[in-house]
Write a protein that binds this ligand. Structure first.
Ligand code: MG
Length: 164
């Protein structure tokens, strides 16, 4: 049996604290040097949030916001790998594994290209699969709207799961 899931996330980007409310720019568990960062309850890792939701979605389970509400102080500043690991545990309980995963990161800056391979390797490690099963694409928003003006980052992810 195969199951497909889609995940989407957006985080506002602000100057780093204390100038703004931006946290260090972490994407797919990799910290990238940038003068702005995501505003969020956890560490604000939009890529890990979208991947987590794609896996949960494929399994028709409650989404990341339901499992880890942003009103719960336990998740304040939390490493988003924790949310992904939980989704993977639920996936294995249901006897599924990741077949492949394709994510699109949309942000004006920083550029994703130079760190793409590092992110993919880290994701493969987190997901316990081969790097060839993971794809991450970087796009800009052509300078329009909040994402294009550097005020937000958006991620879409599709995950295909196969039964073990
Ligand atoms: Mg999020």
């Amino acid at each position: 049996m195969i199951r497909v899931g889609h995940g989407y996330d957006l985080h506002r980007l602000e100057p780093l604290t204390p100038v703004g409310q931006g946290k260090p720019f972490i994407l797919g568990g990799i910290c990238i040097e940038h003068d702005r960062g995501p505003v969020g309850h956890s560490d604000g890792d939009a890529l890990l949030h979208a991947i987590t939701d794609a896996i949960l979605g494929a399994l028709a389970l409650p989404d990341i916001g339901q499992l880890f509400p942003d009103t719960d102080p336990r998740w304040a500043g939390k490493d988003s790998a924790h949310f992904l690991r939980h989704a993977l545990e639920l996936m294995r309980e249901k006897k599924f594994e990741v077949c492949n995963l394709d994510a699109t990161v949309i942000c004006e800056r920083p550029k994703i290209g130079p760190v793409k391979e590092k992110i993919k390797s880290h994701l493969a490690h987190l997901l316990g699969c081969h790097v060839g099963q993971i794809n991450v694409k970087g796009k800009t928003h052509e300078h329009v709207d909040a994402v294009g003006e550097g005020r937000a980052i958006e991620v879409h992810c599709v995950a295909l799961l196969t039964s073990i």
